[in-house]
Write a protein that binds this ligand. Structure first.
Ligand code: ZN
Length: 166
């Protein structure tokens, strides 16, 4: 088959990308790693980026601006919580922006939070995704596209070259 594969539902896309925020700071990039591989149309990447890649072919490059609503969502004002300073060890240095991994008291499942504000006896925690509210600026290139295997389609995600899960 010499048909040119385009990005569409059910193909595995290799993606080289650079991700910047509003201020131009690069926060993620595939440059130091292998390209990202994902199964198109299965929600493996953020919706705004997936939509913008449809129809591209191998060798194509594109700049894609994804508003927060189509990336990691707007900041949810209900996802903040004030807790007592005594929840943390006395000698722990607490500062705004500090990322924490906490454990659910009942299920012991880990979850991420960030410190939004430090007050005298209280700390405000932010449970939003770190990129919530951010417009994302991608520069992408597509080095390869291939048909997905039956197994990948059944699982709804791309598998690595050895057939194993990432
Ligand atoms: Zn799988």
């Amino acid at each position: 088959m010499s048909e040119t594969l385009k990005v569409k539902e059910g193909v595995v896309v290799s993606l080289d990308y650079t991700l910047r925020l509003d201020d131009g700071e690069i926060i993620d990039s595939s440059a130091e790693n292998e390209p990202l591989e994902y199964l198109h149309g299965y929600g493996q990447i953020i919706p705004g980026l997936e939509k913008a890649l449809a129809g591209l072919t191998v060798g194509d490059s594109k700049k894609v601006v994804v508003p927060a609503a189509e990336a990691y969502g707007e900041v949810n004002m209900e996802a903040f919580e004030i807790v007592s300073r005594s929840m943390f060890p006395d000698d722990m240095e607490l500062e705004e922006g500090l990322a924490l991994t906490l454990r659910d008291a009942e299920t012991n499942e880990p979850f991420d939070a960030a410190i939004a504000e430090v007050r005298e006896n209280e700390v405000m925690l932010d449970f939003n995704h770190p990129l919530a509210g951010e417009t994302l600026y991608f520069e992408v290139t597509i080095p390869a596209i291939r048909a997905a295997s039956e197994e990948e389609l059944a699982h709804g995600h791309a598998h690595g070259p050895d057939g194993h899960h990432h």
